[in-house]
Design a protein around this ligand. Structure first.
Ligand code: DON
Length: 571
């Protein structure tokens, strides 16, 4: 059954699911801090222990950080289906042992048949769920093309070696963690609405448990084709035919021409500095790098350390910087192939100082006075990040996504991978919020082959020209502020990487004009002081899942965020 019509009942189901999953993920686990031995051989941090293990094994076999990133991502596509993927897209930034830095953009693109107002009804109103659920929400996937290009330029081990662990896990099965079983249970109704009844993630009893095994022989076959044919194993032949048949069985618009045209791009990374460190981050079509550098440059004008960590004064200051930066994001950022993004203006020191000049340290600024608009913020969607360093010093930060949990909820029949719902990252209607509450303007409107604006922020921080911090996170609109806070925690507040990742996070994104904070993580007095400064506060179950590596005196310290199953494996 693949009915594109979603009734109000299903809408209600989505809300219940989002509520349930928020509640489930709020129970944070205790962090297992690794023994304090100095690891120098390699380190992989990802959202799933099986994926981190595969990446670490690849490093031990003599692969480099790029090889490990490819194998880890492919493994996540099997064992972490809510976000690890073949049917989505992402970004990678890197710094090589030779000192070169750069970026790879494998973001999805709008299909050729996409139109600016394709998600609006004849009255110009947004059609509910059209850009988030089902075949029409799917953009042209970029992951496989990106991984192939990555290997062509940087791979050391044979391509087939990097595919094999994922193939074996898909073929021979893997067991569910408690969190993954719970997440799959949350989505059983939507899976059954959007897919045939033999879809492998539908449990006959509707109840997955920790330790249950999942077998994905169809996905193993898809991976074998990619192993044997590279790019053609996905964008042509059996996989392409199955993907297009799936798209056509609903109301999708992707065609073979879209698959033929898709190309990921090598780019220059966006580089800046912060208190003597070099920051390597992702340029547009991610807003992440520009926004992060704006925030850091803005923060450099203040002595954050003297305000204390998560005090009312420091949260107020971060909030005021974020309010201004997210307002810029909404109007100025989009795909640079279609819209002239004023990067140098946005990062100009005089411009940043002039934005800072309206910050009042004794009271909040009204977001309405910066720009008009009003939105709701929905959370608990998924993306996944991996951070890797090898023994030679090559560093990779890679973030990839299907956008929402399990993307469009449509799995390609027989080929057994989920398709993204990335079209919702466009500004579907200028001024109307997407599912992260982000609003956009013409810069991020839909056009054929255009890349939708992203917040994904894979980031590498250098100290004395050497990798110092490798990090990134899922979290939609909260990605940028989560990466920002972890850089501040380490550089300004002098925290260890474990402490930094464990600390309570806060978030502001201009609109809605609220300071979000992780529930239970702020002192009552701090909340009161922030309210006295004029802020409205709103608790959230959790913000982000940071996977990070800190390199100090040559030793690799990895930390997988205890908010999830994330794990750091090194040697
Ligand atoms: O590219 C973006 O900004 C979004 N598609 C990311 C979605 C995300 O992080 C969901 N995870 N929590």
């Amino acid at each position: 059954m693949r009915n594109p019509f979603i009734s109000h009942l299903y809408g209600l189901a989505v809300l219940i699911i989002l509520f349930q999953s928020s509640c489930k993920e709020s129970s944070q686990k205790t962090l297992e801090v690794p023994e304090s031995t100095c690891l120098t051989g390699g380190m992989v941090v990802s959202a799933h222990p099986l994926a981190s293990q595969v990446g670490s094994d690849i490093l031990e076999q003599g692969g480099n950080a790029f090889d490990a990133a490819i194998a880890t991502q492919l493994t996540l596509a099997v064992v972490y289906p809510r976000a690890g993927n073949l049917g989505g897209g992402g970004f990678m930034v890197y710094h090589t042992a030779e000192g070169a830095s750069g970026a790879l953009d494998f973001r999805e693109r709008a299909p050729l048949r996409a139109e600016r107002d394709m998600y609006l009804d004849p009255n110009g109103d947004v059609i509910p769920k059209a850009s988030t659920l089902g075949h029409l929400s799917v953009a042209v996937p970029g992951v496989v093309d990106g991984l192939v290009k990555n290997h062509e330029r940087f791979g050391r081990l044979p391509w087939a070696t990097l595919l094999q662990p994922a193939i074996d896990l898909a073929e021979n099965g893997f067991t569910l963690t408690d969190a993954e079983a719970a997440k799959l249970n949350d989505y059983q109704v939507l899976f059954s609405v959007m897919n045939d009844s033999d879809m492998p993630f539908l449990d006959p009893d509707g109840n997955w448990n920790e330790g249950d095994s999942i077998f994905l022989p169809g996905l193993a076959e898809t991976l074998r084709l990619i192993r044997d044919q590279g790019r053609a194993g996905f964008y042509q032949g059996r996989t392409a035919e199955l993907l297009l048949a799936e798209i056509q069985s609903g109301n999708g618009i992707i065609s073979q021409a879209d698959l033929d045209l898709y190309s990921s791009n090598w780019m220059e990374s966006l580089n800046g500095d912060y208190r003597g460190h070099e920051i390597i981050c992702m340029p547009p079509p991610s807003s992440g790098g520009v926004a992060l550098l704006q925030l850091l440059k803005g923060m450099e004008e203040y002595d954050l350390n003297s305000l204390g960590h998560n005090s009312a004064a420091s949260i107020h200051l971060m909030t005021e910087l974020e309010r201004r930066v997210y307002a810029d994001r909404a109007s100025h950022l989009g795909d640079p192939d279609f819209h002239d993004v004023p990067i140098s203006m946005l990062l100009d020191s005089k411009y940043i100082s002039s934005r800072n000049s309206s910050i009042d340290l004794t009271k909040k600024t009204d977001s309405e006075s910066i720009k008009k608009g009003d939105v709701e913020l929905i959370e608990s969607m998924e993306t996944t990040h991996l951070s890797i360093i090898d023994g030679d010093g090559n560093a990779v930060a890679l973030t990839t996504t299907l956008n929402g949990n399990y993307g469009s909820k449509v799995m390609v029949d027989e080929a057994q991978f989920f398709l993204n719902n990335e079209m919702d990252d466009f500004s579907v209607k200028p001024g109307t919020p997407n599912m992260y509450g982000l609003i956009g303007a013409e810069a991020n409107s839909i056009a054929p082959s255009k890349r939708m604006l992203s917040s994904m922020s894979p980031t590498i921080v250098l100290k004395n020209d050497q990798p110092y911090l490798i990090l990134g996170t899922p979290g939609g609109s909260t990605i940028i502020t989560t990466v920002f806070q972890n850089i501040l925690n380490v550089i300004d507040h002098g925290m260890s990487i474990e402490q930094s990742v464990n600390e309570t996070r806060v978030h502001h994104q201009w609109l809605p004009d609220k300071v979000f904070y992780e529930n239970g993580g702020l002192e009552y007095e701090v909340i009161q002081e922030l309210e006295d400064l004029g802020h409205e506060l709103a608790p959230k179950p959790l913000i982000g899942r940071v996977d990070a590596i800190l390199i100090e005196e040559g030793c690799f310290q990895g930390i997988g965020d205890p908010r999830g199953d994330d794990s750091a494996i090194g040697f």
